[in-house]
Design a protein around this ligand. Structure first.
Ligand code: NAD
Ligand code: UDP
Length: 338
């Protein structure tokens, strides 16, 4: 059975991906420092998978810990989710963001080279494109990140492109995620943000379940059909499955690649809220405020490369995303806490 080191595997996208890995007959080795994850997520994953899951509590910046995990479990590839991901926070903790996201990735690559493994799947983001010069974004859209978080993703993309060119790590998959939302259909695992959610969907469901008063719509005067921001939301399970398609591609020796992972459809803030109202069967209070600094009016993916190269397309729609995220929220109003 192929062992895969999954850094950040206890987190939101990582937990869903580990379940898909197990379904496909692979063995995920979760490597996580639990800075943004709960050990209860592991218990729930084990319950859903019907098997024990190997977990290493470690930090991606620690070379010895990463190396030991790769060697102890004889890992053949790495899926590298571990990182810090809050755009606003990155503007006040730039040192930490570069430390974890960029230096952490360098440590992982060094450990891989030392162990002689050369397949890595990396979590990049649509944020590397910056202000759209054209839409949909295709993979050859110029890259111009506008936040520290985005800069760290871009720095890692450049690092991965360099080590691929040098031949030190040849099989590099760069996956540019659009806006992952939703949860596992069981309602047992999902996104559990600490404190006030920064992102739209977790905020909306916290309003829907009565934890917060109203959704703040950050601007309704954009040049979009209803004036609110438009994004390409993708179900986290579709996203998780794309990682398997990426591994299959690398395993088949088809080489390095970079792809967008989105549905190709844009949805506005108001459309997302309407989707959640339908899912939870009640109206969700909103209040319209000023634009959020640094926000882009509208962006969405051209996902056709992922289909062509990997045979992957997103299958779930906004109704599925809202239904599953609402089920998770309703069953776990405090996330993994009691
Ligand atoms: P998440 O915070 O739920 O998961 C990240 C995991 O990494 C957490 O379990 C955390 O405990 C762990 N981690 C953080 N620092 C670590 C360290 N130093 N050593 C070991 N583990 C560490 O985030 P997510 O939404 O699952 O995102 C996963 C990846 O996808 C991240 O790299 C993120 O930047 C990227 N991404 C996420 C989104 C999104 O909207 N969720 C969009 C684009 C890209
Ligand atoms: N948004 C909003 N209220 C919120 C959170 C987000 O109106 O409480 C809007 C935001 O301006 C953007 C969209 O929802 O147009 C998606 O924001 P999110 O932070 O989820 O993703 P990102 O902007 O990083 O793509």
């Amino acid at each position: 059975m192929q062992s895969i080191l999954v850094t950040g595997g206890a987190g939101y996208i990582g937990s869903h991906t580990c379940l898909e890995l197990i379904k496909s007959g692979r063995k995920p080795i979760i490597f996580d420092n639990f800075s943004n994850a709960s050990s209860r997520a592991i218990e729930r994953m084990e319950e859903l998978a019907g098997t024990e899951i190997e977990v290493v509590n470690g930090d991606v910046r620690n070379y010895e810990q990463v190396s030991k995990a790769i060697e102890d479990y004889n890992c053949e590839a790495v899926i590298h989710f571990a990182g810090l991901k809050a755009v606003g926070e990155s503007e006040v903790r730039a040192m930490d963001y570069h430390d974890v996201n960029v230096i952490g990735t360098h440590v992982v690559l060094r450990a891989m080279k030392q162990a002689g493994i050369d397949k890595i799947v990396f979590s990049s983001s649509a944020t590397v494109y910056g202000v759209p010069k054209f839409l949909p974004y295709t993979e050859d859209h110029p890259r111009n990140a506008t936040s520290t978080y985005g800069q760290t993703k871009l720095s890692v993309e450049y690092m991965l492109e360099d080590v691929r060119r040098s031949g030190e790590i040849k099989n590099v998959a760069i996956l540019r995620y659009f806006n992952p939302i939703g949860a596992h259909s069981s309602g047992r695992i999902g996104e559990a943000p600490n404190g006030i959610p920064n992102n739209l969907a977790p905020y909306v469901v916290q309003v829907a379940c009565g934890k917060r008063d109203a959704v703040n719509i950050w601007g309704d005067d954009y040049d979009t059909p209803d004036g609110t921001g438009v994004r390409d939301y993708i179900h986290v399970v579709d996203l998780a499955q794309a990682h398997l398609a990426a591994l299959d591609h690398l395993d088949a020796g088809k080489g390095a690649f970079t792809v967008n992972l989105g549905t190709g459809n844009g949805s506005s803030v108001k459309e997302v809220i309407a989707g959640f109202e339908k899912a939870c069967g009640k109206s969700i209070p909103v209040s319209v405020g000023p634009r959020r600094a640094g926000d882009i009016a509208c962006f969405y993916a051209d996902p056709s490369s992922a289909e062509k190269l990997l045979g992957w397309t997103a299958k779930l729609n906004m109704d599925d995303m809202c239904r599953d995220q609402w089920r998770w929220q309703e069953n776990n109003p405090n996330g993994y806490e009691d």
